[in-house]
Design a protein. Structure first.
Lengths: 550, 335
């Protein structure tokens, strides 16, 4: 017991205990100080992460930033706590703070080493006596410097800042995700409007198709809203919707509009059916059926030659329809036989065929329009995500014709661009040396064709992509003319199926693969625009002359 | 007769007794020396540290009186040597004489010189020739004198307090560095202030005769010296003192630009000995049982000003050793 008391009163032991207390206080203070530094640095890092998250599609942004900040604070506190310094250093700091003139430092050294100094014990006792009344907080106060306090507050403010700043109101700082999201929302609204316009069209023959396509457009719009901000997902969904829209329209061997054009051409050969041709050229089915009805009424009074003429015309029409719609072709053939036999009732077959093809044509047109709307939206969203600029034309009228195609009245014509917002232009141009035809359409490859001939055709078009218009001249940049065998100008056309090197970096495609598409777009253009009938026939004849084997 | 009022036994000198005796010595000296408290403290520090002192000052500032007063207060055998150009070494150390005893037998007998005293006042030491100055060298360092192949130990304590006049340097022989290095302190005696002048005039122009109180004796001084040597010094303080000495050299890694520019040669290791010994005395006088950084800084100037040799550029720039040392002390960190 006495030994223990003596041990407790041993100045060396007391000194060591006192210094250990100070060391513990130092570690505590250092841990707190470094934790506050952690708040400052963690806040800054969390702010950086927060700003970065605003520009990405990462979920759980606040949690990530907050976790980063907290982890930094805890790590800094642990590092501060684990920062153990030697007793000598603690003693020096104590001496300096308390003005003890190295009493404690000397005493610690005397206490930790075998002392040879006669005064060592007295000196240690002197140091212990000076430390007895000293509070640990006097040397290592939990007090932060003004600068550290300011830094900590600044760190907290910075950490919170990214989540309260209205980034969308700052154009220069608009996050990519909100730009892409804004584009998605705008395109969704546009698709809704397109669906509404589709439903409001007054064409009873394609009512069911229009309703289905409108529903698909609305569904695509809803999907865009759900995919808000995720450009890749939105584009993928729109592509899927396009395929569904394409399959909604009746599938025929060739475009029903083209088939009707061929039928019209075939019926034009007979004077009896010319009224029908005129009505078909004007896309007036009722008038065409009325003319057909009138012809049926007159069948009984026709001469055999007239009936024969009518039958031949109907047979030619049947042949024209055979590659597209076999049932329509069969109906027309039956009508031809009925006409030959003077069977007026049998001519109704022709009316049914015309009705059927007209419906198919309208439905295909509607489906094509819906596909174009979706494709335009897909391109707009992709561009917004890439460039970071919101679509300026989100609410523009998709039916506005932004592209113009100039055509030469003398020789062939270049392709006209369709009247949708993307304004796909198919500028088919060729020159004597066999240049390239380019179509400037976002996402589509440049298509080449070659035509060697004496003449030239003008092929220019313009494509508008969300307001960015640019002209697509032909390869050489000059106007060239390609004669048609139906034009008044002399000349012949020879076509080469051999692929040639594209000019200007375009791609190589066999023209047989691209001709139907060009032909389809051209015929759609002439159908949708006010073009005189004879010029429509010029266009039809031009593409017919380009068909392989002719 | 000792007038110390603190009874003690020679073997048990305590720090408190040390401080008390030192205070009494200072008080006794103060009765005769007006002002100059820093000089008195410095001389006392050096004496208690067992070191020699070089006092530099104009004539009439009380240098000789100070030394004499210290000698009387410490009851030390005092000898005054007036250094002149014709002073011979044997005039300092002593010589052998032929002595005839009563029987008529003649023998050589060593006659000790004035250096055989406890407290030597070497007045105007720079007036003697280097040969004579060298005679003092061995005595100051070795505490012994060799004459005619015989060595004679000097009494303990043995202290040399030398004076030199800084204004009449013509015809003088500046002390060599080796001899300068043997002085613990170099103290510059300042001109007294106005009130000190008045006090001097009042005290010294009367017919009253004052006697110096005797405070301690030689053995007590030795005890005080031994006690001070036993004072512990922490390693950081030792390192600080050594760092200071190192920084007086131009080629030291941490030396300041001024040192590199103006110092020809820095302090020898005797400088760190002087710092520590003097710091111990100061710590005891302050009532502490350990040496502090402040003690080292306080004694740096008197301990080092005569050990740092400046070059001609320093002379041209008017740079003094004191300025160099103050800059070194300010620039050297404690840890």
């Amino acid at each position: 017991m006495i030994g223990r008391i003596a041990s407790r009163n041993d100045p060396r032991r007391q000194l060591r205990a006192q210094v250990a207390d100070f060391a513990l206080a130092r570690r505590r203070t250092e841990a707190i100080r470094r934790a506050v530094w952690g708040v400052a640095i963690g806040g800054a890092l969390a702010a950086l992460v927060g700003v970065a998250i605003q520009f990405t599609t990462l979920n759980g942004g606040p949690a990530i930033a907050g976790t980063l900040g907290v982890v930094l604070v805890i790590a800094a506190a642990i590092i501060g706590w684990l920062d153990r310094v030697p007793e000598t250093r603690v003693a020096l700091e104590v001496d300096r703070h308390l003005g003890l003139n190295e009493r404690v430092t000397t005493a610690v050294e005397m206490a930790t080493a075998p002392s040879e100094h006669p005064l060592a014990e007295r000196q240690i006792a002197d140091a212990v006596a000076h430390l007895v009344t000293v509070r640990r907080g006097a040397v290592y106060p939990i007090r932060l410097s003004g600068r550290l306090q300011i830094l900590a507050v600044l760190g907290i403010v910075l950490a919170v800042l990214p989540w309260i700043v209205p980034w969308s109101t700052v154009p220069a700082l608009r996050p990519r995700t909100s730009i892409a999201a804004a584009a998605s929302r705008a395109e969704a609204a546009r698709l809704d409007q397109a669906a509404k316009r589709l439903e409001q069209q007054n064409t009873p023959e394609d009512q069911a198709t229009r309703s289905a396509l409108a529903a698909q457009l609305r569904q695509a719009a809803d999907q865009l809203r759900r995919d808000s901000g995720n450009a890749q997902q939105a584009t993928s969904d729109l592509q899927r919707a396009e395929q569904i829209a394409a399959s909604t329209a009746p599938q025929t061997g060739e475009d029903a509009s083209l088939t009707l054009a061929r039928i019209s051409d075939a019926l034009n050969n007979s004077s009896t059916t010319k009224p029908i041709t005129q009505a078909l050229d004007q896309q007036n089915l009722a008038q065409a059926l009325a003319a057909l009805n009138q012809t049926a009424n007159q069948l009984g009074s026709m001469s055999p030659a007239q009936r024969n003429d009518l039958a031949q015309a109907l047979q030619a029409a049947s042949n024209a329809a055979r590659g597209s719609d076999t049932s329509a072709a069969q109906q027309l053939q039956q009508a031809a036989q009925a006409a030959q036999n003077g069977n007026a009732a049998g001519l109704q077959q022709a009316a049914q065929a015309l009705q059927q093809l007209t419906n198919a044509s309208q439905a295909q047109r509607d489906a094509s329009q819906a596909q174009s709307e979706m494709q335009a939206s897909s391109e707009a969203i992709a561009q917004a995500a890439q460039s970071g600029s919101a679509s300026p034309n989100a609410s523009s009228d998709p039916t506005a014709a932004n592209a113009q195609a100039s055509s030469s009245s003398q020789a062939g014509s270049g392709a006209q661009s369709s009247s949708d917002q993307t304004n796909q232009s198919a500028a088919a141009s060729s020159d004597q040396s066999g240049g390239t035809g380019q179509s400037a359409n976002g996402g589509q490859q440049a298509q080449t064709g070659s035509a060697n001939g004496q003449g030239s055709g003008i092929g220019t078009g313009s494509a508008n992509h969300l307001g960015a218009a640019h002209d697509v001249p032909n390869a050489s940049g000059q106007e060239v003319y390609v004669p048609s065998n139906q034009s008044g100008a002399p000349g012949s056309i020879s076509q080469s199926n051999q692929l040639q090197a594209p000019v200007g970096g375009g791609s190589q495609v066999d023209y047989r693969n691209v001709l139907p598409e060009y032909q389809k777009q051209a015929l759609q253009a002439v159908q949708n625009n006010s073009v005189p009938s004879d010029l429509k026939q010029v266009v039809r004849g031009y593409f017919d002359s380009l068909a392989p084997g002719k | 007769m000792l007038i110390a009022d603190t009874p003690f036994t020679p073997e048990e000198m305590t720090p408190e007794q040390f401080r008390s005796l030192a205070g009494q010595i200072e008080a006794a000296i103060g009765q005769f020396i007006v002002g100059q408290r820093d000089i008195v403290r410095g001389v006392l520090t050096a004496v208690l540290a067992g070191g020699h002192v070089l006092l530099e000052g104009a004539p009439g500032l009380g240098k000789t009186m100070l030394v004499r007063t210290i000698g009387e207060a410490l009851q030390l055998a005092f000898a005054r040597i007036q250094f002149t150009p014709d002073l011979m070494p044997s005039d300092i150390t002593g010589t052998t004489l032929i002595i005839e005893d009563a029987t008529g037998h003649k023998t050589f007998q060593f006659q000790p010189g004035p250096i055989f005293a406890n407290l030597i006042l070497a007045d105007e030491i720079n007036r003697a020739t280097p040969k004579t100055q060298a005679a003092l060298l061995e005595a100051m360092q070795e505490r012994r004198v060799t004459v005619a192949h015989s060595s004679y130990t000097l009494p303990e304590p043995f202290l040399v307090l030398a004076t030199q006049n800084p204004i009449e340097m013509e015809g003088t022989y500046p002390l060599p560095e080796a001899q300068l290095d043997r002085f613990l302190f170099k103290l510059v005696v300042p001109y007294p202030r106005l009130d000190d002048l008045m006090e001097i005039a009042a005290r010294t122009t009367t017919s009253r005769v004052h006697t110096v109180p005797r405070v301690v004796d030689g053995p007590t001084v030795l005890q005080m010296t031994n006690l001070a040597r036993d004072l512990p010094v922490a390693t950081p303080v030792l390192r600080y003192a050594a760092h200071l000495i190192q920084n007086t050299h131009a080629d030291a890694p941490d030396s300041s630009p001024n040192v590199r520019r103006f110092v020809r040669y820095g302090s020898s290791p005797r400088g760190v000995q002087a710092l520590i010994l003097a710091a111990k005395i100061r710590a005891l006088l302050e009532g502490r049982l350990n040496v502090a950084f402040a003690d080292i800084r306080a004694v740096a100037l008197p301990a080092l000003r005569h050990r740092v040799l400046l070059n001609f550029e320093a002379d041209a720039e008017g740079m003094t050793p004191d300025q160099i040392i103050e800059a070194i002390v300010a620039a050297t960190p404690e840890v």
